[in-house]
Ligand binder design. Structure first.
Ligand SMILES: *Cc1c(COP(=O)(O)O)cnc(C)c1O
Length: 400
């Protein structure tokens, strides 16, 4: 829940700045807005925070994925490699731009396995989307290296790893583009919202145009007279979202630091459980610590421990059985039930490939995800709460 747990005075102040002018729109109304540009300010602060060249605020993480893929000119006939373990939005966005998601395996980091990318490349592959799941980095340096070697673009889906790093560099800034989500359960929230980042001015410009009906945002003319070179749509972030985002971003480091503290305490307790191993995090310093992942030697024992923890009031997620984060469980994707009755883009004659979503093509995910449990880490965890978790874990470990 992270950022949502700490909404308070700072967010109220930022939002009131906007309400006092009454200008809820990010562009124009220069006289009425009295110099208040919250979305712009949020974008600038966000780009600075993660050392990205450009940042563009949009309406959601899902919108950010669509905007970025469009900017990268991914479209009909193209394939995009996406890990089997991710939120469904990553696959939906690829289909939304008319391309086909190709499912790839994960490694011990539980993120895209760089060693599986080449096996999934076809003549139609245009891009790769590594996803930093549950707050921790993929082996992103290796992923970028394999992608570059094969002339593929990289879009990092960092919806879940805001503020996370790998070897000191912010997640989301390794690829050609990166996206973030600020929905209500992400590391920082604007209610709904998202961000697109890139160092490439052309990719930024295409994102900027597409997200606002092609408007070129020429500062020297009024909105009605702006030029355009492509058609677009509307994925503009509003000023109220920008205001909340500014306040949240200022406390992102606090959020992560508190989560890290809480995570370390629970990790210590879990380390006494026989046979338990922690999720392999390629750079533990860069973990945003929103989740604690651990695995057991086999799936049967994993379920037994999940049940025992649950009896102690400790909730965990077994993502292999989760309906929203593991491709083999998406019956609508498997039956090509896109949002149109023609099953486009699977049925597009421009598409010459054949995507394989079989469990057999992702053996590591099938194995590791089936014996991995995730515990959510919160910013605010009272001493009482921590004690009850630790006592519960101790009880479970004695039971084994
Ligand atoms: C949340 C999420 C998204 C979508 O973000 P929204 O802001 O909810 O649209 C995309 N990818 C991943 C991995 C996510 O967790």
């Amino acid at each position: 829940m992270a950022g949502a747990e700490i909404i308070g005075k700072e967010e109220i102040k930022e939002v009131m700045d906007v309400l006092e002018t009454g200008v809820l729109f990010r562009y124009g109304f220069d006289n009425e807005r009295k110099g208040i540009f919250k979305v712009r300010e949020f974008e600038e602060a966000f780009a600075k925070y993660c050392s990205a060249g450009y940042a563009l605020g949009v309406t959601s993480g899902s919108a950010a994925l669509k905007v970025a893929l469009t900017a990268m000119d991914v479209g009909p006939g193209d394939e995009v490699i996406v890990p089997a373990f991710t939120f469904v939005a990553t696959y939906e966005a690829v289909l939304e731009v008319g391309a086909i998601p190709v499912m790839a395996d994960i490694d011990g980091s539980l993120n895209l396995d760089p060693d599986d990318i080449e096996a999934k490349i076809t003549p139609f592959t245009k891009a790769v989307i590594p996803v930093h799941m549950c707050g921790a980095p993929a082996r992103i340096d290796k992923i970028v290296e394999v992608a570059k070697k094969n002339n593929l673009m990289v879009l990092e889906d960092n919806a879940q790893g805001c503020g996370g790093t790998y070897k000191g560099k912010y997640l989301g800034t390794f690829g050609d583009m990166g996206i973030f989500s600020f929905d209500y359960v992400k590391t920082i929230t604007t209610g709904e919202g998202g961000m697109v980042v890139t160092d490439n001015i052309d990719l930024y410009n295409r994102s900027d145009w597409y997200h606002d009906h092609g408007h070129d945002h020429n500062p020297n003319v009024g909105r009605a007279m702006e030029g355009r070179s492509i058609l677009g749509s509307n994925f503009r972030m509003g000023e109220l979202q920008g205001a909340v985002g500014l306040a949240q971003l200022r406390r992102l480091d606090y959020v992560i630091a508190e989560q890290k503290k809480n995570k370390a305490v629970i990790k210590e307790a879990l380390s006494k459980v026989d046979g338990l191993k922690f999720r392999d995090i390629p750079d533990p310093d860069g973990d945003s610590a929103t989740f604690l992942g651990f695995n057991l030697p086999d799936a049967g024992l994993t379920k037994k421990i999940q049940k025992a923890l649950s009896d102690e009031g400790i909730g965990t997620v077994l993502f292999k059985e989760n309906l929203w984060h593991y491709v083999p469980n998406w019956e609508h994707l498997l039956s090509q039930s896109t949002a149109n009755s023609k099953k486009y883009p699977f049925t597009n004659p421009m598409y010459k490939g054949k995507a394989d979503y079989s469990r057999a093509s992702i053996p590591k995910a099938e194995d590791i995800l089936g014996r991995t449990l995730f515990m959510q880490i919160f910013v605010n965890m009272s001493e009482e709460k921590m004690k009850s978790i630790i006592d519960g874990i101790e009880k479970v470990s004695k039971m084994l």
